[in-house]
Structures are given as C-alpha cells and as structure tokens.
Design a protein around this ligand. Sequence first.
Ligand code: GH3
Ligand code: MG
Ligand code: MG
Ligand code: MG
Length: 298
Amino acid sequence: MTRILVVDDDNAIRSAMEAYINMDGFQTASVASAEEAIEHLQTFGPVDVVITDIMMEGMSGLELTDYIRNNYDTDVIIMTGYSAEYSYEEAIRRGASDILFKPARFEEILLRLKRVLRERKLTHEREVMLAKLQELSITDELTGLYNSRHFHARIAKEAERFRRNHHPLSLLLLDIDHFKTYNDTYGHLEGDQVLMRMGDIIRNSLRSMDSAYRYGGEEFTILLPETDAEEALVVAHRIQESLLSAQFFPAGTSEPVPITVSVGITEYMEEEAVVTFIQRADMAMYCSKNNGRNQITS
Ligand code: GH3
Ligand code: MG
Ligand code: MG
Ligand code: MG
C-alpha cells in the first residue's frame, strides 16, 4: 500500500486532494500544518510521499522538507502558489522530488505523483540490487564465508587501524590436512561438503569482531582484532574441538572420517608490511604441518 500525506493549510484544497488521491492502492491522509505532519509521521510511521504546501502558518513547507529528508526515506512534492522560478530551485535543492504550481489540475498532480513513485520504486530496486552485488563480491559461494578479495581489503584496514591505536591484531591461518587424499578417496563433491561444514564450524567459533575468509581452496583465514596470540589460540582450540566432534560420513562409509586442520597464529608487528604478516602466519601453519599436522603453532 502506497502511503501519501497531504499538507496544506487550505481546507478546501486539502480535502479535495485527499479525496482525489485516495484511490486503489493509495492510502492518503491529510493535515493542516507542517507541525501536524511531523506529529502524524511520528504517530503513524513513515509515508512514501508527502505533498506539501510551501506557505503555511508556523513551519514552512521547505522547512518540513528539510525535516523529512533528514529523518525519513520519504519523497516530498512541494506545492506552491508562487510561480517564481526560485521556488522550484529552492525546493529541488532542499531535496524535493518535484514541484507543483497551484492551481494544479488533479490530472497533473496524479501524473507527477505517479512519476515520483515510479522513480522511488526504481531507486529502491537499484539499492537492493547494489547491496546484493556488494555482498556477492565479497562472499565465497561454497562456504558463505568472506572471500580472499575481501580478506586483502580487510587486513589492510586492520593494519592501518593498528598503526593508529596499537591494539593487538591476530591472524589465524588454517589448512585442512591431507585434503587431496579425502577428495581422491571420496570424490570432489564430498570434499565440498567438508568445506561447507568447515565454514559453519569456523563461523560458530568466532566472536562478534572476528571475520573469517576462505583464503584458498582448503585454506581459511580469520582476522581477530583486539586479540593477542594467546587469545587467538583459544579460538583455534575451539575450532579444533568442533572438528573433533563433527562427524564426517562421506557416502559409502560406515565409520566417520576424521578431518583435522593445521593452524598458524601470528600477531601483527609494528611497521611491518601486510604480506610479511600473512607470510608469518603461513610459516607458522607449515610448522604445524611439519610437526605432524592437526597442530596449532603460534
Ligand atoms: P596437506 O595436509 O599438506 O595440506 O595436504 P593437502 O592434500 O590438503 O594439500 P594439497 O595442497 O596437496 O591439496 C589441497 C587439496 O585441496 C587439493 C584440491 O583437490 C583440494 N581442493 C582445493 N579446493 C577445493 C574445492 O573447492 N573443493 C574440493 N572438494 N577440494 C578442493
Ligand atoms: Mg498555504
Ligand atoms: Mg593448502
Ligand atoms: Mg591442505
């Protein structure tokens, strides 16, 4: 239902407009002043379009436009009896979507209103689409974690933040052990199932500030702001324990197949390049591999 609010101190205009616009799919209300309009919005919630007169006792239609544009996602159409050009410019500059010069024919009012509503719908669709694209561009499809592109963006930001506040920043790098063997034995699709569940396990082990990424094929990274290596170790242990209790039953097996990870943990160091930071986590992870896998090295 499209909600419209008409604001005019002229009773006749107001009720005629309300009656005319109150058609199928439109829910129209009207008030006699800007103050009442604000009260109406606060009481009954936002509307899609406010059609307001400019010249009114008390708060003007332009001031009302400011208020609405600052507080609501509502389009404003201004009505004015003054056809001086500055009115138009002033109204648009203040964020009005259109302007009507009185006396306006109802057919024109309706056409302009419908055009504003059409643009409004397109704008919303565009916003939703952009948000979806934005989300897609940073998400790993298989695991639902962030992807490596977003990892590189975020780690650069976190390193920058470190330079300002010197709060500890930890990085965890996990690599699934002998994953090639798993794939070769049970098939790539079963391998994908493991990666998906790995995503769940990691997600469930994070605290609100942490962010997790699928860094490569079977490698994951976790960024832990405000966290030193010792606290990061707790997160790594939590993941290790969840993996231990998670049971992986690839098709055709009666016994669960254990999945383990090798983990490297490191803390960001003053002045270092981000690549150095990542390389150190990688080296720590390889230590875990060399020490027999299913290990955590920090
Ligand atoms: P290591 O313990 O040394 O890490 O052994 P590994 O077998 O895990 O290591 P390696 O790097 O030799 O192999 C990684 C394997 O991960 C190879 C590849 O088939 C698998 N892999 C990478 N991406 C995917 C994916 O998206 N899906 C599946 N199913 N497997 C993947
Ligand atoms: Mg008036
Ligand atoms: Mg690997
Ligand atoms: Mg591996």
